[in-house]
Design a protein around this ligand. Structure first.
Ligand code: F6P
Length: 319
């Protein structure tokens, strides 16, 4: 291969810029030309591209968001649209495409690979919920951002004897809620992987209160329940004073943590090495201590579940 394209797609995540930088510079190092595609798959349809060189990815490793912009391109679910994109990739003489994004982005890459375009995916989403990898770029930063906010909210919850209900992101997965909950010493976490019983939650909070715990932190993954509903339920079923904070997009922004900038760079190296070795239509990932490339079809079946022990431990320690 001589020339590759790179794009970011789906929700932005801290570390995406570090991945773009890693892909671009490592590919150039290996003698390849690099084209950046603007706004994810949309750019392949609107023909918005830019040549990337070492300098164009300078001073971005520490920046949140993505310099290439991103989009959730629903049109790309249609085969006609995918064909147009594949034709454009060929027209531009890109021999392979590196996609940085989450599950939806991986499905787009898989569709292009079925049309004969070699693709490879670097996992980038704060949710940490992709097949074929135990880690996705952006997760560590998001957890640290949540932790910082929860620690601040705890000061107020403690001072006023309140129950702070904090809603965090994670549409289908509770990783952010669980990890931030563990690190912040939350009394409870609600995650989509476990059936949510607000009755049990109130029993737990009441028991803690009887043990003279005057304030509590409850972290709710958006995919498990709406924070507002949790607050209403606690109000209706206890004498405690719940408050609501929905953290929202602060979790997606900001400079990547050291871990995310490092993982992005290592994933980028593996992506380019794989393409050069003729291994493509794979998602790059971390499994155990190793960085591996797993074919899409296998990755779909290879999901790493939430750590059950950690879930139990949060509850056990939070009394
Ligand atoms: O996929 C990451 C994520 O942050 C989810 O946790 C969240 O539900 C979703 O993106 C929201 O994305 P947007 O508002 O950009 O559509």
């Amino acid at each position: 291969i001589n020339k590759i394209g790179v794009l970011t797609s789906g929700g932005d995540a801290p570390g995406m810029n570090a991945a773009i930088r890693g892909v671009t510079r490592y590919a150039i190092e290996k003698g390849l030309e690099v084209t950046g595609i603007i706004r994810g798959y949309e750019g392949l349809l609107s023909h918005e591209i830019m040549p990337l060189n070492r300098r164009s990815v300078g001073a971005i490793i520490h920046r949140g968001g993505t310099m290439l912009r991103t989009a959730r391109c629903l049109e790309f679910l249609e085969e006609e649209t995918q064909k147009k994109a594949a034709d454009y990739i060929r027209e531009q003489e890109m021999d392979a495409l590196v996609v940085i994004g989450g599950d939806g982005s991986m499905r787009g890459a898989q569709a292009l690979s079925r049309l004969g375009i070699p693709t490879i995916v670097i996992p980038g989403t704060i949710d940490n919920d992709m097949g074929g990898t135990e880690y996705t770029v952006g997760f560590d930063t998001a957890v640290n951002t949540v932790l910082e906010s929860v620690n601040k909210i705890r000061d107020t919850a403690f001072s006023h004897d309140r129950v702070a209900v904090i809603e965090v992101m994670g549409r289908h997965a509770g990783f952010i809620a669980l990890y931030a909950g563990m690190a912040a010493g939350a009394e409870a976490v609600l995650v989509p992987e476990h059936e949510v019983s607000l009755e049990d939650l109130c029993t737990h909070l009441n028991e803690s209160h009887r043990m003279k715990k005057m304030s509590s932190i409850v972290i709710v993954a958006e995919g498990a329940a709406k924070g507002a509903d949790v607050v209403d339920y606690i109000k209706g079923h206890t004498y405690l004073e719940p408050t609501l904070t929905v953290l929202g997009y602060v979790q997606r922004g900001g400079s990547p943590s050291a871990k995310d900038a490092i993982m992005a760079s290592l994933f980028a190296e593996k992506a380019i090495d794989s393409l050069l070795a003729g291994t493509y239509n794979c998602v790059i990932g971390q499994i155990g201590e190793r960085i591996v490339a797993t074919p899409y079809t296998e990755a779909e079946r290879l999901h790493f579940p939430l750590d059950e022990n950690m879930y139990r431990l949060v509850l056990a320690l939070g009394r």
